[in-house]
Design a binder for this molecule. Structure first.
Ligand SMILES: Cc1cc2nc3c(=O)[nH]c(=O)nc-3n(C[C@H](O)[C@H](O)[C@H](O)COP(=O)(O)O)c2cc1C
Length: 226
């Protein structure tokens, strides 16, 4: 095996429609930092690729009778008939030691394009269920995942007792229900609060903080809780 093959792999799945957004700058900073730390970085830019987020019956072989999406996913994994793009993305997911989901917080959750990526690519029979179990018995056990996000709200508003409520409570359904569910060890999220209200200088400092946090992740050290 060559040195290149031995490098850990990070898959960054990015979901922002604007290439000049702060969120995209944050993703680019994370990718560069991971590369500098020796990672092979695979960036999946969902808007740029025109990812179709809607899980529907058309992506499966003709379904006779009642359509049960997860049963069809299991069948497609078994007989090798997964939708080509879904199969390619699943291969990229399984190849990664570290998954980074990069997005702006929309309605206290993921943008629909990214939620739809989870719907279609976190395939039953491929990452959990079937030959795999759930949580520590799922296919991605032993791998790490983290959220890299921006918000409109301020950091004060996301503190316990703040106007919105604690950030970790909003992220629980992603951390527990999506990432831990398929086996990942979930790392502390890296969050930039309210980049739209920052000066250029503050944005530069915020990107420096992202770089420092991601460098800690690359070194397998805990990131500071912010
Ligand atoms: C559809 C939509 C929903 C949003 N929902 C939230 C939200 O729930 N909480 C929040 O803090 N900001 C929310 N925002 C604001 C974005 O999170 C914010 O504009 C973005 O993270 C800033 O980063 P950017 O400049 O890279 O887009 C929302 C924005 C949009 C477009």
């Amino acid at each position: 095996m060559s040195t290149f093959d031995a490098a850990p792999v990070a898959l960054i799945v990015h979901a922002h429609p604007e290439p000049h957004s702060f969120s995209t700058a944050q993703m680019t900073t994370a990718a560069r930092t991971l590369r500098e730390a020796g990672y092979r970085v695979d960036v999946l830019d969902l808007y740029a690729e025109g990812w179709a987020p809607v899980l529907d019956r058309q992506e499966f072989a003709p379904v006779v009778g009642h359509f049960k999406p997860q049963a069809e996913q299991m069948r497609a994994v078994k007989d090798g008939s997964l939708d080509t793009t879904v199969g390619e993305h699943l291969d990229r997911l399984l190849a990664a030691d570290l998954l980074v989901l990069s997005f702006p917080m929309w309605w206290f959750s993921l943008p629909a394009i990214l939620k739809g990526w989870i719907d279609r690519v976190f395939v039953m029979g491929g990452v959990f269920g079937g030959d795999h179990g759930l949580f520590d018995d799922a296919a991605l056990a032993g791998k790490r995942a983290m959220l890299l996000l921006t918000t409109g709200g301020s950091s004060e508003s996301f503190r316990p007792g703040g106007a919105l409520g604690p950030m970790n409570e909003f992220l629980f359904h992603i951390h527990r229900g999506m990432l831990e569910f398929v086996g990942y060890q979930v790392l502390d999220p890296v969050v930039t609060y309210g980049p739209a209200h920052m000066t250029d200088q503050e944005r530069t400092a915020a990107l420096d903080t992202v770089r420092e946090s991601v460098a800690l992740v690359a070194a397998d050290l805990p990131t500071a809780v912010r």
